[in-house]
Write a protein that binds this ligand. Structure first.
Ligand code: BGC
Length: 262
């Protein structure tokens, strides 16, 4: 008899789109093209849950009934409850999104911070693979997300995008959105990133920074211009890191639950 293990599904909730796909964890790759649905204009938990349900439905045949499902949210997530909402609707604060989704979908769901998921993706299959010591993955997008990984273990919700740098919230100056808003050239943007990475390394002393987020596709334009003591490399999974990491974290959590109930 062939036993087929259900494929995990990763879903990445972003400011403009909600994207999901089944993941082959051995290959560290999506098994099929990701499905992207626009984030609802008024992106309350209920409206986002509707979109997540549509994505799960779309992949039901591929993933099977007991599949692990990992969902990312751009805010602090403690034990399935969202605690902050820097770039999302304020109604997310204190929302028990994991329970809400589990009731709605009748499945086990794991909800994690978006940068933590991207960090785990890069650690398992990308630019942080095989790196020991302290690795900090940063995602430069609407905000700045960070994942802190020590010897391959994630310390969740590090939130170093909100370090105070030169008297300001770091992400308001150094996120990719700030580069667009202020129409910065690469050199000017790299100067802001230098300030940011210098501030970050002075309180964390990492072995490596991995620079992710959509803008990492253009890393050759700004990475060599960043001045800091810690080595920097570009993320390698581009926009699939969050989906892959979320699927991995959900599969691990399901394995843990299995061990506890065995
Ligand atoms: C949030 C983080 C999130 C990051 C990237 C920040 O504003 O506080 O939780 O990881 O944006 O989306």
């Amino acid at each position: 008899m062939t036993v087929t293990t259900p494929l995990p599904l990763g879903i990445d909730v972003g400011g403009s789109g909600i994207k999901g796909a089944p993941v082959d964890l051995d290959a560290g790759a999506l098994t099929t093209e990701r499905l992207r649905i626009d984030t609802p204009e008024h992106s309350t938990p209920a409206a986002v849950a509707d979109v997540i349900a549509r994505i799960v439905d779309a992949f039901t045949d591929e993933i099977g009934p007991g599949a692990p499902i990992g969902v990312t949210i751009p805010g602090v997530v403690m034990h399935g409850v969202v605690k902050t909402a820097a770039n999302i609707d304020s109604s997310w604060i204190d929302c028990p999104i994991e329970d809400l989704l589990e009731q709605r979908l009748g499945r086990d769901i794991v909800v994690v911070n978006d940068a933590d998921a991207a960090g785990v993706g890069e650690l398992q299959h990308g630019a942080a693979a095989g790196r020991s010591g302290l690795v900090i993955v940063t995602t430069l997008g609407t905000g700045i997300g960070t994942a802190m990984l020590y010897d391959g273990v994630l310390v969740p919700n590090s939130e170093f995008g909100h370090l105070e740098v030169d008297g300001q919230d770091a992400e308001s100056r150094a996120a990719a959105s700030a580069r667009n808003r202020d129409a910065l050239g690469w050199r000017e943007y790299a100067a802001r990133l230098s300030r940011y990475y210098q501030a970050l390394e002075s309180v964390t002393w990492p072995d490596l920074f991995v620079v992710g987020g959509g803008i990492s596709r253009r890393a050759d334009k700004f990475l060599p211009l960043i001045e800091c003591r810690t080595p920097l490399v570009a993320a390698s999974l581009a926009n699939t890191a969050g989906i892959i990491g979320a699927a991995r974290l959900a599969a691990d959590a399901q394995g843990e639950r299995g061990r506890h109930t065995a």
